[in-house]
Write a protein that binds this ligand. Structure first.
Ligand code: MG
Length: 248
């Protein structure tokens, strides 16, 4: 069953999602050559806690950190630590925050220093794919219409959509129904209703769609070792369109 949230609940989710967006703004300031992903994690955890939130990923199925920091061929769920960010890399930062009992979830991929044309194009296209999906979100459309819009943008540039992972509903839990795939034909899946809240998060690979999980049990990487990018917004379904909640 897909939860329908009241406008009061959506305002509570907006409060958490705003703190996610502010944390991602902080990440944008902190990301530079020479910083470790562990330093980013510590600063962002302190920021979230000082603003009345708690890191929702920490402890989720045993996940050990506040953020996920996924560098270059890492798709998602990279565990922050001693890894030093180098100029020319890209790093996806994913953050979940709980505040007043409700959860927001968001991610952006940042360029470290000066990036290659390939990296810039992949990151730009992944954001474009997310926004194309959000353009479709409104009461009465099929969920897979959103998925299809994302896939069209990614594949029009010759990139691959990761199929092994998907977006999700979000609210009082980090992961709620429905699953939100980033590919598929139009006209399938549940019909969106006002008050549904979705975390939509395309993961787009420069090469093939294959991914695997490393021995740490978390880090998902591309099997061909090529770059991957990830953007995510938490949005509420409205009668006229998507209400993007992960804005600062
Ligand atoms: Mg998510």
């Amino acid at each position: 069953m897909i939860n329908i949230r009241s406008s009061e609940e959506i305002e509570l989710i907006r409060g958490s999602a705003r703190l996610v967006a502010q944390s991602l703004d902080l990440a944008a300031e902190l990301v530079r050559p020479g910083v470790t992903t562990g330093e980013l994690d510590r600063e962002i955890e302190a920021f979230i806690r000082s603003h009345g939130g708690t890191p929702e990923f920490k402890g989720f199925h045993g996940y050990p950190a506040t953020i996920c920091a996924s560098v270059d061929e890492e798709v998602v769920h990279g565990i922050p630590g001693k890894r030093v960010l180098e100029g020319g890399s890209i790093v996806g930062i994913d953050i979940g925050v709980r505040k007043n009992g409700y959860v927001g979830d968001g991610a952006r991929t940042f360029i470290v220093g000066e990036a290659s044309e390939e990296a810039l194009s992949l990151v730009g296209t992944t954001l474009d794919a997310l926004m194309a999906g959000l353009e479709v979100v409104r009461e009465g459309v099929h969920l897979s219409d959103v998925s299809n819009a994302i896939q069209q943008v990614a594949e029009s540039k010759g990139y691959s959509v990761v199929r092994a992972l998907a977006g999700h509903g979000v609210g009082t839990d980090l992961h709620e129904p429905p699953e939100v795939p980033n590919y598929g034909p139009r006209g399938f899946g549940p019909i969106l209703k006002v008050g549904m809240v979705l975390a939509i998060e395309p993961m787009i690979n420069a090469g093939g769609l294959g991914v695997k999980t490393l021995e740490d049990g978390w880090t998902v990487v591309t099997t061909d070792n090529r770059l991957s990018a990830h953007f995510e917004h938490t949005v509420a379904v409205g009668s006229e369109g998507a209400d993007i909640l992960t804005v600062a």
